[in-house]
Design a protein around this ligand. Structure first.
Ligand SMILES: [Zn+2]
Length: 460
């Protein structure tokens, strides 16, 4: 049983892959310590295994059917338009909110989809928050400003540098390393200076690096090649291992440390243009080189999500709920499942939303989710509603060589989990769902677990 006055430190590495940690374990002493002296294994992300969906699943302990975040690009209810996911769209309390209500002091840094909530402690919101990087409350902002001379935290590599990775890869690595070091410094400074029961920091670097450089580190990748990038990615993991070591040195013996990623990665070498195939099947109509959303029966928005044009739901709905809706969904499922591209099956499965989600937000999810086999992902460039030339189904040159979100089976892109503390079982190999973490944290803190959480606490 955990000690009565428990403290928890969570270190999140966005997209950190168990596959890479396993292959480099001898050069990652802190990960090795976790593996040999702690609880270690895989986390199963939600569907889709995308950063905003996965971190929201972590922080609420619920599936997307309850927390309401179904994608990076959310469809606006009652419209054909999409909008980027934001923390304010989350339909559930976060773990730091619950801890705060229970009287615990929290510190939360750079977690994607976190927001400037009123909590006991402080928060520096991460990726996709409208106040990303701004420390709350003012007191923390002033402390950081005095110590580091900055008004906000840069927790993620700048868009401009991401856009030019192909042209300037060294610059990308250099900046990514700088940001990682600064995030670590500020986090470690606050972890020492502030009083907390729960402290969490997320590093975004592993996700950004792996999207572009996965083929240099995954020996099963169709375009695998070992070169200087192989070493640069490995060097970054070694850096993160060192950061973990520094954290472990500054905490007291009673603190339980949880290390995790929101998903891992798999190889991507081809993209499928689902919309062109839906057009060939007669479900999608085009007008002036654009997808005609009003006349189409079904459309995909580029992440494996497929939406039907339903009467009384979409502005120009065509399909009646009930028999017609089921018939159309079944026909699309059948056609996509039978699809072969040069003898290959792009899809592992096609799921109806009620097969993968449950809860009061279910009706806001896509009607179907296409699950791709590894090696494939959904094409989303050029801009998804631009009609690509008919007959074009496959893009052989995706910009990214590693993926997780386009959309893959969660078991094909597992994340990592490691837990080490004074009274944890050791060593223990586990596989857990991302929604199991919030109940685990509450249990360690001796707090009640809300009945509507989907996860089960991990037995420490
Ligand atoms: Zn992620």
């Amino acid at each position: 049983m955990p000690a009565k006055k428990s403290k928890i430190l969570v270190l999140g590495f966005d997209g950190a892959s168990p596959k890479l940690i396993d292959q480099w374990i001898e050069d990652l002493p802190t990960f090795k310590r976790l593996k040999t002296h702690g609880i270690f294994g895989h986390t199963i992300p939600p569907i889709p295994a995308q950063t905003p969906v996965a971190w929201t699943t972590f922080m609420t302990g619920k599936n997307p059917g309850k927390h309401g975040i179904f994608s990076f690009m959310m469809r606006k209810k009652g419209s054909y338009r999409r909008q980027i996911a934001q923390p304010s769209m989350t339909n559930s309390k976060t773990i730091w909110h619950l801890l705060s209500e229970g009287g615990k002091k929290v510190g939360v840094i750079n977690v994607p989809m976190s927001d400037a909530e009123q909590i006991k402690g402080f928060i520096i919101p991460g990726f996709l928050s409208p106040t990303e990087g701004t420390p709350h409350p003012e007191k923390i902002k002033n402390i950081i400003s005095r110590k580091f001379g900055i008004e906000s935290l840069t927790g993620d590599v700048e868009t401009e540098i991401l856009r030019n990775v192909d042209k300037a890869p060294e610059k990308f690595f250099k900046r990514t390393n700088e940001i990682t070091e600064e995030t670590a410094q500020i986090s470690q400074f606050l972890a020492q200076k502030e009083d907390w029961d729960f402290f969490m920091t997320v590093f975004m670097s592993t996700d950004r690096i792996q999207h572009f450089f996965w083929n240099y580190v995954d020996s099963t990748h169709e375009q695998h090649e070992k070169n200087k990038f192989t070493q640069l990615v490995k060097d970054h993991y070694v850096k993160l291992d060192g950061i973990m070591k520094d954290f472990l040195e500054l905490i007291d013996k009673e603190t339980i440390v949880i290390v995790l990623s929101d998903h891992g990665f798999c190889q991507v070498s081809k993209e499928l243009v689902i919309n062109n195939y839906l057009e060939e099947l007669g479900f999608l109509k085009a007008k002036n080189d654009r997808v005609d959303l009003e006349r189409s029966e079904a459309v995909s928005y580029g992440y494996g999500d497929i939406w039907l044009n339903v009467k009384n739901r979409e502005p120009q709905g065509l399909i009646k709920l009930g028999k017609e809706y089921e018939k159309t969904r079944n026909a699309i499922i059948q056609a996509l499942k039978n699809l072969r591209m040069d003898g290959e099956k792009p899809f592992k499965d096609i799921k109806k939303r009620e097969e993968i989600y449950w809860g009061e937000q279910l009706s806001n999810g896509p009607d179907l989710m296409a699950i791709f086999n590894t090696g494939w992902q959904a094409a989303r460039r050029p801009e998804i509603m631009e009609k690509q030339p008919s007959g074009t189904y496959v893009n052989e040159k995706p910009r990214w060589s590693g993926g997780h979100d386009g959309t893959h089976d969660p078991v094909d892109v597992p994340g990592i989990i490691g837990i080490i503390g004074p009274n944890t079982q050791k060593p223990l190999k586990i596989q857990v769902h991302l929604w199991d973490l919030a109940p685990t944290i509450l249990q360690i803190m001796n707090m009640p677990i809300p009945h509507d959480m989907d996860g089960q606490p991990i037995q420490l």
